[in-house]
Design a protein around this ligand. Structure first.
Ligand code: IPM
Ligand code: MN
Length: 366
C-alpha cells in the first residue's frame, strides 16, 4: 500500500518523538512492502514563530493531501503570554475542528514491566485495560460566547443531539470489539447538556442490546479510576471531562510517556499524537520517551490504514523492549541506565528486525 502521512512535530519534545515514530514507520514500510511518504508541516508555537498562525494554511493543505496526520505536541512557556489567537494550543484545537476529528481514543493498559513506576499499588493497577472515548470537537472548548474581561469571564457548554449521537455510537461500536461495557460519564445531577447526553445514551443503547451501559457522574468516576481502575472497559465522555480523566488515567500505568491517542472521524481519516505534552524542561536533549509517539503510529496503521498486523508488530516490539528492561529516564529505576530517545528507538527497530527474521525462519519450515 502507498500512504501519505502529514508529520507535524510541533514544539518541545514533539520533533524528537515524531522523528522516532517516523523511523519505526519506515522500518514497517520496508518490512511489509508499503510505501509511506512523509511530508512535514508546522503547527503550534513553531508555526506562530514562522507564520504568525498556529495552524497555517500551508499545513492544512499538507494534511488535506495526506491519508493521516502524525503530530508531536504543541505549547511551551515561550508562548504563554501570547494573545488567545496566537497560542500554540489554538493550532491543535483548530486542526481537530477543521478535520472534524470528533472521536478521541485514548487506550490505557497495564504493562507488567512498567508497574514499578505506577503511583498505584501493583494489585490495583495490574489488570487495567480501558479505553477513553472523548468527544473532541464540541463542548466547552468550542462553545460561543467565550471571552473574558477584568470583571467577568464566560465559556459556553453547548452540545447538539447530532454531536452526542455520533460519539455515543462510536463508543458502542468500539466496546463491541472489546469487553462490551460502556461507562458513560457526565454530570447529570447538575448540567443540562449532561441530561441530554444521558437521554441519548439510553435511546442508543436500545440498538446495542449486547452492550452493558452504566451512567456515572464525573466526580465519582475520578475516584473510581484510582480505587478500582480495572473495573472500566470503555469510558465514554464529553470533551472537558475526557481531557481531565485521560490525564488521570494515564499515570496509572506508570508514565504519561507511553500513552498514544487517535483522533478520528467517521471515514477513517485521523490524527495520531501522544497524550503527553511538550515537556519543555527536557526538550532538545534526547531524553524524551518516544513510546507514546511510536504507539500512536501503530494506532494510525490500525485505525486509518487497516494494517492490523503491522500495528501489532510495533506494539509487540515496544512491549518486548520494556520487558527486556530498557527504559528512558521517565521509567528507569535506580541502578539501571536510562537510554536516550534515539537509543531506545533503535531497540524497537532491532526488535522489529528480529521479529521479521524469526517469522521468515518459521515460514521457511512450513
Ligand atoms: C489534550 C491537551 C489539549 C486539550 C490542549 C493542549 C489544548 O491537553 O490533548 O488533552 O485540552 O485537549
Ligand atoms: Mn489534556
Amino acid at each position: 500500500m502507498e500512504k501519505k502521512i502529514a508529520v507535524l512535530p510541533g514544539d518541545g519534545i514533539g520533533p524528537e518523538v515524531t522523528e522516532a515514530a517516523v523511523k519505526v514507520l519506515e522500518v514497517i514500510g520496508r518490512r511489509f512492502g508499503h510505501i509511506f511518504k512523509f511530508e512535514h508541516g508546522a503547527i503550534g508555537g513553531e508555526a506562530v514563530d514562522r507564520y504568525q498562525n498556529p495552524l497555517p494554511e500551508e499545513t492544512v493543505a499538507i494534511c488535506e493531501a495526506s491519508d493521516a496526520i502524525l503530530l508531536g505536541a504543541v505549547g511551551g512557556p515561550k508562548w504563554d503570554q501570547n494573545p488567545a489567537e496566537l497560542r500554540p494550543e489554538k493550532g491543535l484545537l483548530a486542526i481537530r475542528k477543521r478535520f472534524d476529528l470528533f472521536a478521541n481514543l485514548r487506550p490505557v493498559s497495564a504493562v507488567p514491566s512498567l508497574l514499578h513506576a505506577s503511583p498505584l499499588k501493583e494489585e490495583v493497577a495490574k489488570e487495567v485495560d480501558l479505553l477513553i472515548v472523548r468527544e473532541l470537537t464540541s463542548g466547552l472548548y468550542f462553545g460561543e460566547p467565550s471571552r473574558h474581561t477584568d470583571k467577568s469571564g464566560i465559556d459556553t457548554l453547548l452540545y447538539t443531539r447530532e454531536e452526542i449521537e455520533r460519539i455515543v455510537e462510536k463508543a458502542f461500536e468500539l466496546a463491541r470489539l472489546r469487553r462490551g461495557k460502556v461507562a458513560s460519564v457526565d454530570k447529570a445531577n447538575v448540567l443540562e447538556t449532561s441530561k441530554l447526553w444521558r437521554k441519548i445514551v439510553d435511546e442508543k443503547k436500545k440498538s446495542y442490546p449486547d452492550i452493558e451501559v452504566e451512567h456515572m457522574l464525573v466526580d465519582s468516576t475520578a475516584m473510581k479510576l484510582i480505587t478500582n481502575p480495572a473495573a472500566f472497559d470503555v469510558i465514554l465522555t464529553e470533551n472537558m471531562f475526557g481531557d481531565i480523566l485521560s490525564d488521570e488515567a494515564s499515570v496509572i500505568t506508570g508514565s504519561l510517556g507511553v500513552l498514544p491517542s487517535a483522533s478520528v472521524r467517521s471515514d477513517g481519516f485521523g490524527l495520531y499524537e501522544p497524550v503527553h505534552g511538550t515537556a519543555p524542561e527536557i526538550a532538545g536533549q534526547g531524553l524524551a520517551n518516544p513510546a507514546a509517539a511510536i504507539l500512536s503510529a501503530a494506532m494510525m496503521l490500525k485505525y486509518s490504514f487497516g494494517m492490523e498486523t503491522e500495528a501489532a508488530a510495533i506494539e509487540k516490539a515496544v512491549n518486548t523492549v520494556f520487558e527486556d528492561g530498557h527504559f528512558t529516564g521517565d521509567l528507569a529505576t535506580e541502578g539501571t541506565r536510562a537510554l536516550s530517545t534515539a537509543d531506545w528507538t533503535a531497540k524497537v527497530v532491532d526488535e522489529l528486525d528480529l521479529q521479521f527474521v524469526s517469522n521468515s525462519i518459521m515460514y521457511s519450515y512450513v
